[in-house]
Design a protein around this ligand. Structure first.
Ligand SMILES: *Cc1c(COP(=O)(O)O)cnc(C)c1O
Length: 387
């Protein structure tokens, strides 16, 4: 692909690690079974439902205190057998990541800014008293899995292979201390076009009762516990007809933070892009960072600052905000069509724009996905070739 000017292949140090993975392929008994499996895979790839279908293999690396990371392996996808006393079941010592593998028009397979995910995993791991994983090992595990399961990377428009690396305390022990045994695993799930059935802006409940993060907590770590705590508010909002919850900080001023699993961005009528600054209680999204850079590339004014709910409502009332979208790896960009909540006991309910996805929202989405799918020059050197 001549398009990818600054894109690169895996460094030699990562390739060496990839070759260290022990590969235990899924057993296929006969040609007939292989044909059946191929057929089933093609069917699943034709209309993948997010997070329900997984590829044939998974990559694992084990850590033992004092010995480090060992036993790099790619094995058939399947259940992990764990002792009921395994620490993660009790104290939720777990962190995860999410990134994608994309098929370019020439059939090659690439991933997007994987070093950002590797570094963020380590930041999350440190907060959860889990060991850091060398950045090269993260990349090597993703590459080893994608190479084993390359047939699972879809080629239809806007589809990709979602990679879910995660790390958890695997030691069977009920005492409260960091585990001495940890497992790092990468699984993969084909993801179809998010906008396959048309773009429908989502509605958001701005929650003034529940919070997802507090200063000094785990808000800027990507850990399962944050998601567990978001399920009840999400359920309550859904019962009222809302798609997503937007969280505020714990202060009295009602500073806007983010959704349960996506960052939030506002487009002002003058074209300025505004998003809550990384406050220490927000997850630093790779999509957020990339979209802000692309907005700057396009000459848009980009502002990261504290945005408070009362001020935001005044801005809406004055007609200063044209578009709102949320962003994250899974859905890339999701237009927001409605924002509602209770402020000081008074209900607000705002319709954003005309109910259609905003122009700048969709332009930024298009600019990002064009790079990810090898359809536009990769000026920032964000893409890494895996296959
Ligand atoms: C993963 C996540 C995001 C989005 O991050 P990306 O790197 O863009 O996928 C945003 N907020 C939270 C809470 C998350 O867990």
């Amino acid at each position: 692909m001549g398009m990818s000017l600054a894109s690169h292949t895996l460094p030699e140090s990562v390739e060496r690690l990839v070759s260290e993975f022990k590969y235990v392929p899924q057993v296929v008994a006969s040609d007939a079974e292989r044909e059946l499996k191929d057929e089933q895979r093609e069917q699943k790839l034709a209309s993948p439902k997010f997070g329900t279908v997984f590829t044939d293999h998974m990559a694992l690396i084990s850590w033992v205190n004092g010995k480090g990371w060992r036993d790099l392996r790619v094995v058939p996808y399947g259940p992990l057998t764990l002792d009921p006393a395994t620490a993660v079941f009790h104290y939720a010592q777990e962190v995860f990541e999410g990134l994608k593998a994309y098929r370019f028009p020439d059939g090659s397979i690439w991933t997007f800014r994987p070093e950002m995910n590797a570094k963020r995993l380590n930041k999350s791991a440190t907060r959860l008293a889990l060991p850091e994983l060398p950045v090269d090992m993260f990349a090597a595990a993703c590459a080893a899995l994608v190479r084993a399961d390359k047939k699972w990377v879809p080629s239809s428009p806007d589809s990709s292979l979602y990679l879910r690396p995660f790390m958890f305390a695997s030691e069977p022990f009920l005492g409260v201390r960091p585990a001495n045994a940890v497992e790092f695993v990468v699984i993969a799930s084909p993801a179809g076009s998010y906008f396959a059935s048309g773009v429908k802006p989502v509605s958001i409940w701005v929650d003034t009762k529940y919070h997802r993060a507090a200063p000094g907590g785990t808000g800027d770590a990507k850990c399962g516990g944050n998601y567990a705590a978001s399920l009840l508010p999400q359920q309550l909002a859904a019962a009222q007809g809302f798609d997503q919850v937007c969280y505020l900080d714990v202060g009295a001023g009602g500073r806007i933070e983010e959704l349960g699993g996506m960052n939030l961005v506002f487009v002002r009528t003058d074209g300025t892009i505004e998003t809550p600054a990384l406050s220490g209680t927000i997850l630093a999204g790779v999509t957020r960072d990339s979209l802000l850079k692309l907005a700057k590339d396009r000459g848009l004014n980009v502002v990261e600052r504290a945005i408070h709910l009362p001020e935001l409502l005044e801005d809406f009332a004055a007609g200063n905000i044209a578009e709102v979208f949320s962003c994250g790896t899974a859905a890339v960009v999701t237009p927001v069509g409605r924002l509602a909540g209770d402020l000081h006991g008074k209900r607000f309910d705002i319709k954003v724009g005309d109910g259609n996805p905003g122009k700048i929202t969709m332009e930024l989405r298009e600019a990002l996905t064009a790079i990810q799918y090898g359809l536009a020059p990769d000026k920032h050197g964000w893409m890494t070739r895996l296959v």
